[in-house]
Write a protein that binds this ligand. Structure first.
Ligand SMILES: Nc1ncnc2c1ncn2[C@@H]1O[C@H](COP(=O)(O)OP(=O)(O)O)[C@@H](O)[C@H]1O
Ligand SMILES: [Mg+2]
Length: 1107
């Protein structure tokens, strides 16, 4: 047993911190323990190994269930509660009992982790958790919920976000309804299967609240944009309407659902809501006319009284004045604001598409029902109430009176009408009130369904089943019989899924297993619904047989048939004096219930006197006509079919409900009611133990603990998860079993697996999670691979021909002496790859250039380098001045600003396309090259410079506009303008760094202008030798030398049509002259247009013709 800490507040605080760690440790630890135990169960063949939780305890528990069932339990308020003769329950140790070193019970989030499994332990854990407001506890994936009877702040959006998409029953999050909701929603999305959450528990245990919270959660986490939101809002708005019309205060629950509800939300395959359906089951209509002490009629009547609507009809608004509302003496309920609720219901109705005319019809029917309760037969003729009732039901007083005081019989094609006596008439009136209300309720549900249903055929869904809980009142009738039968069926389904099928499956699959005994309620279901000898079948038979019929005769027949049945007893059948002589007792799974036989036959036949139907059908109200189609007299004589009895209808609705549930993947919420007083913080141990017992929780824990939380067909499992391992995906040739082991070994402990004949089982939910996560991770990779493959195919199809052409043409260019210089690039380039095509071209060209350069000699490479530099200079690449002190409009040197601006602007002329590359750059141009080279070298050395780079004759324009024959010498750091004998004085040597820019024309002339940084020092000349234009070579060599000196910073090379020159070494600095290149002549050297250079100075024009 777990030690319970005294200081629970502290324990709670600590729990927050170490819950996750602890739970993890505990799971591993407990799991291994439970595995050991399972082994021992298997080997001994008789229950878990522990003596207290072993076979004997198990037997004792079962005996308790039986004994329990045989005891009368009256859970009515104020009446003695569960009879405490359940010896094992009394023997329970006190809650202070503890064993040192064990964690507090509150930490047991999953009852599977219990050390010893017994009712006692389960109850202790639930109690401890409840006292700490931890109202939810798991048994595997089943959620146990204990009604807190107080608002807990665990349903807000922050909490929703925590559970959204969390791992399946995440250990770090406290157990919650949201976890089961999230798991259902994700399972629906990922496994593509519909889900149902079945909520069970006795009346007042918290089923309806749970169903609302689950819906709220699913609405919050499922997307769907505006449309999805609209659907969700509609679905949520149906709730207040259904509760107002279908819930009432009972002694068990102030808001007890008096109908069963299955709410189904349809989702598309993206998990977005697209619609919904509400199915309602058997409304407890008897409540309309009769309520027990402390109970109320349906909420809507009290809301109507508070709404102010009744004023318009001049009838009372005081519920105390209405016979249908005042019997229970509980018109006002604490915490219920009738008026506010009416407003909410009306808002919801409007939202759900009910028009004003609908609302007014509804109000009238409700008012009409209330007034029917006021009509005392002897005084009603001409009474105000009769008139008002008739008005509300849109008929004359006479017609209403006739309807409730006559009965027409159709016999052998003849209609015979006879008056009803007072008692019969009163009965007819109540029947009409009940029928009106029940049909109105069904109509409302249908109308709401029309508004929320989807047209889509193929949808997934999540259903939430909130059915009336098992209930025992002081006086139980046909309604309780149906309600309890419904709970019996649900319990059977639960047993079927969690206990029977599960165990049967282990056995069928050949998994080592020792059956865990449990109480199967099938015999009770059979007692009620078996044909021909079940209570319902016999009831039908009794109702339909000719001759005198009475409830008492029916009871005698039941006694006769079932006197040996363990689950049936009565005063006559079993001689139990405690049972009234007009009652029989059924020992339900949840306890014995005594049913008063009175009314069984009538309620089962459930037919209206014909005149009632006729009255309604013939009223002026559209709605009433719709609600009572059988009132159409023209159909009476021919209508042969007897309507289904209420019992048979309920039985078949239960059967279809169960079959619907069987088709969906179920999750369970088992609600427990901690006390009958609806009081927070009060935990009635006996009552809870009783529920633990009949809900079969202990057996549930045992099966769960010994069993496996997951199973799947081996093939399906393998196919789903084989992507996890590269050994199994994409190809696997071994056996399925080996394949599964192989892939599982990648992400989990293989000992968690068990193999049956056809299925694989996994024990620990965490292992299921890891294998799913591993798959999720791998799916992304595999999806990318598939995408890549597909893209490759696509690309091949689209660019295949292009690629082929490229390959054919260029595949072998490396072996071509010209490296494919003349190969033709493909022309049909698909649009999608035009960029790629451009890139490929560049790649090819740079490859080609590289191969070309590498194939040259050293000198060849040098020449090539110079050629490229020349090309760059001629291509305007260095046209931009690259420093502020260079050629800019803001230049600070003494140059004429306007001229510089003009030069800069002119530089945009751009490319000098025409120049002759097809020759060697020889560097020394003279008749006697060695001599010229030597002389030049000497001249250079005089300027303290070293190597000569270039020598060529230059026709230099002098200040008079004449051409002087000079030699131009370029060394590493200087440019020398020397005479023919290579003599140079200091002035004629120009340091390269003093040159501001070189300017040339865009044409093919041989004129070059070198602007100096110093005023009046610009040089203009023509560079030609033996018919060769030397300008490109000179500019390239000058640039090379310049860049070497500046460490890479280039000399601006400007290509301009009309550069300004400061050509005045007479000392008049700043006198700019304009030089204009006039294209026109065809150059003799390369056949491109040449130009004439015109120099204007003081209105004198000088001309430098290219040749
Ligand atoms: N989770 C909860 N938090 C707070 N109060 C609750 C909760 N569940 C139930 N209750 C209280 O118990 C009452 C009965 O719950 P309800 O869901 O109507 O029971 P059931 O549908 O099982 O008969 C509610 O009206 C509410 O006051
Ligand atoms: Mg309810």
């Amino acid at each position: 047993m777990f030690r319970r800490k005294k200081n629970k507040k502290r324990a709670r605080e600590e729990e927050e911190e170490d819950d996750a760690v602890f739970a993890d440790l505990l799971t591993v630890d407990e799991m291994s323990k439970s595995t050991l135990k399972r082994v021992s169960v298997i080997s001994t063949g008789f229950g878990p190994a522990s003596p207290t939780s072993g076979g004997s305890q198990e037997k004792a528990d079962l005996a308790n269930i039986r004994r329990n069932s045989l005891r009368r339990i009256s859970t009515s308020l104020g009446v003695q509660a569960y009879k405490p003769s359940l010896t094992s329950l009394q023997a329970r140790p006190t809650s202070t009992s503890s064993s040192a070193g064990k964690p507090a019970a509150i930490k047991i989030r999953d009852l599977v982790l219990l050390d010893e499994i017994s009712q006692e332990e389960v109850m202790e854990v639930l109690k401890d958790r409840y006292m700490e407001d931890a109202i939810y506890t798991y048994i595997g994936s089943v959620v146990i919920s204990v009604n807190p009877y107080k608002q807990l702040r665990i349903y807000d959006s922050a909490t929703i976000n925590k559970y959204r998409g969390a791992k399946v029953f995440d250990m770090s999050l406290p157990p919650h309804l949201f976890a089961v909701s999230d798991s259902a929603y994700s399972d629906m999305c990922f496994r593509i299967r519909s889900q149902v959450v079945v909520i069970s528990g006795e009346s007042g245990a918290g089923k309806t609240e749970a169903s609302k919270q689950i819906m709220q959660y699913i609405a919050a986490v499922s997307g769907g944009g505006k449309e999805g939101d609209a659907i969700k809002t509609k679905l949520l708005k149906t709730n207040p309407v259904l509760e107002a019309f279908g819930n009432a205060k009972t002694i068990r629950n102030d808001n007890s659902s008096r109908f069963g509800k299955f709410m189904n939300i349809n989702f598309d395959y993206h998990g977005h809501p697209v619609g919904g359906t509400i199915t309602t089951y058997l409304l407890e209509k008897a409540r309309v006319t009769r309520q027990a002490e402390g109970e109320r009629n349906f909420h809507i009547f009290y809301q109507l009284c508070a709404s102010g609507q009744l004023k318009q009809f001049g009838i009372s608004e005081d519920p105390k004045r209405y016979a249908y509302l005042n019997q229970g003496h509980a018109e006002q309920v604490k915490g219920i604001n009738n008026k506010a609720e009416w407003t909410e219901v009306m808002n919801c109705l409007t939202f759900l598409g009910f028009g004003k005319e609908h609302v007014s019809e509804i109000v009238k029917v409700l008012g009409g029902v209330l007034l029917l309760g006021q009509l005392e037969t002897d005084t009603m003729k001409g009474s105000f109430d009769l008139k008002s009732a008739a008005k509300l039901l849109s008929m004359s007083s006479e017609a209403l009176l006739a309807a409730i005081t006559n009965n027409t019989i159709v016999a052998q094609g003849q209609m015979v009408t006879s008056p009803l006596d007072q008692e019969q008439s009163s009965y007819a009136r109540h029947t009409l009130a009940k029928a009106l209300y029940e049909r109105l309720f069904r109509w409302l549900a249908e109308k709401m369904n029309e508004n929320i249903q989807t047209d889509l055929d193929d949808t997934l869904c999540i259903g939430v089943l909130d059915i009336y809980g098992f209930e025992i009142f002081n006086e139980n009738s046909f309604e309780q019989f149906c309600i309890n039968y419904c709970n019996e069926k649900l319990q059977q389904l639960f047993i079927d899924v969690t206990l029977k099928t599960e165990q049967a499956e282990y056995e069928a699959e050949g998994i080592d297993w020792v059956s865990i005994p449990y109480f199967d309620n099938k015999a009770i279901c059979d007692l009620i619904d078996k044909r021909p000898n079940g209570v319902l079948a016999m009831l039908d038979e009794e109702c339909l047989r000719p001759g005198d019929r009475s409830d008492q005769i029916f009871l005698l027949k039941l006694d006769d048939t079932f006197h040996k049945n363990d689950f049936y007893s009565s005063r006559m059948a079993s001689g139990q004096k405690s049972i009234a002589d007009d009652s029989f007792v059924i020992t339900h799974y949840a306890g014995e219930v005594e049913y008063k036989i009175h009314g069984f036959l009538d309620k089962n036949v459930d037919t209206l006197f014909r005149d009632l139907g006729r009255g309604m059908f013939e009223s002026g109200s559209e709605l009433l006509r719709e609600l009572f189609p059988e009132g159409d007299v023209s159909t009476w004589v021919t209508a042969m079919r007897r309507p289904k009895t209420a019992g048979a209808a309920f039985k078949s609705s239960m059967a279809s409900m169960i079959s619907l549930l069987t088709d969906m993947n179920p999750s369970y919420v088992r609600c427990i009611k901690p006390n009958d007083q609806k009081r927070p913080g009060q935990f009635d141990e006996l009552a809870v133990k009783h529920q633990i017992c009949y809900l079969g929780l202990v057996e549930n824990v045992r099966v769960r603990r010994a069993g496996f939380c997951f199973r799947m067909e081996m093939k399906a499992f393998f196919m789903r998860f084989r992507v996890i391992s590269s050994d199994t995906y994409p190809n696997w040739t071994g056996s399925l079993k080996d394949g599964i082991k192989k892939l599982a070994s990648k992400c989990m402990d293989v000992s968690q697996l068990a193999f049956g004949k056809t299925k694989v089982f996994i024990k620990d939910p965490k292992a299921v999670f890891t294998v799913e996560s591993a798959r999720d991770e791998k799916i992304v990779v595999v999806a990318t691979q598939i995408q890549r493959f597909w893209r490759r195919c696509h690309v091949r199809r689209v660019i295949g021909p292009y690629w082929q052409a490229l390959y054919t043409t260029f595949g072998d260019v490396a072996n071509d002496p010209s490296f494919g210089r003349h190969a033709k690039w493909p022309v049909d380039v698909p649009k999608k790859i035009q960029n790629t095509d451009r890139l490929l071209k560049r790649v090819h060209l740079s490859w080609w250039a590289r191969r070309k350069v590498l194939s040259l000699s050293k000198e060849g490479q040098r020449q090539m380098r110079l050629l490229i530099l020349a090309n760059r200079c001629m291509s305007n690449e260095f046209s931009k001045p690259n420093s502020a002190s260079s050629v800019t409009a803001t230049s600070t040197n003494s140059h004429d600003g306007a001229g510089i601006v003009a030069a800069a602007a002119a530089s945009t002329v751009g490319l000098r396309k025409a120049f002759n590359f097809n020759r060697q750059f020889n560097s020394i141009y003279a008749k006697d090259r060695p001599a010229a080279s030597e002389r030049a070298q000497r001249a250079v050395e005089k300027c303290h410079d070293s190597q000569v780079k270039f020598v060529a004759p230059m026709a230099k324009l002098n200040r008079k506009g004449k051409l002087d024959e000079r030699n131009l010498v370029l060394s590493e750091r200087h440019m020398l303008r020397v005479d023919s004998s290579f003599k140079a004085n200091g002035k004629r040597s120009v340091p390269l760094l003093s040159i501001r820019d070189v300017t040339i024309s865009p044409h093919s002339d041989s004129v070059v202008v070198m602007h100096s940084k110093e005023a009046g020092e610009d040089t203009v000349g023509r560079l030609e030798y033996d018919g060769d234009n030397l300008v490109p070579e000179f500019v390239a060599r000058l640039q090379e030398a310049y860049m070497k000196q500046t460490g890479g910073k280039p000399l601006p090379v400007i290509i301009s049509q009309d550069p300004a020159i400061d050509y005045n070494n007479s000392g008049k600095a700043g006198q700019a002259k304009a030089l204009t290149f006039i294209p026109g002549q065809v150059d003799a050297v390369d056949g491109k247009p040449s130009s004439t250079c015109i120099l204007t100075s003081n209105s004198v024009t000088y001309m430098l013709t290219a040749k």
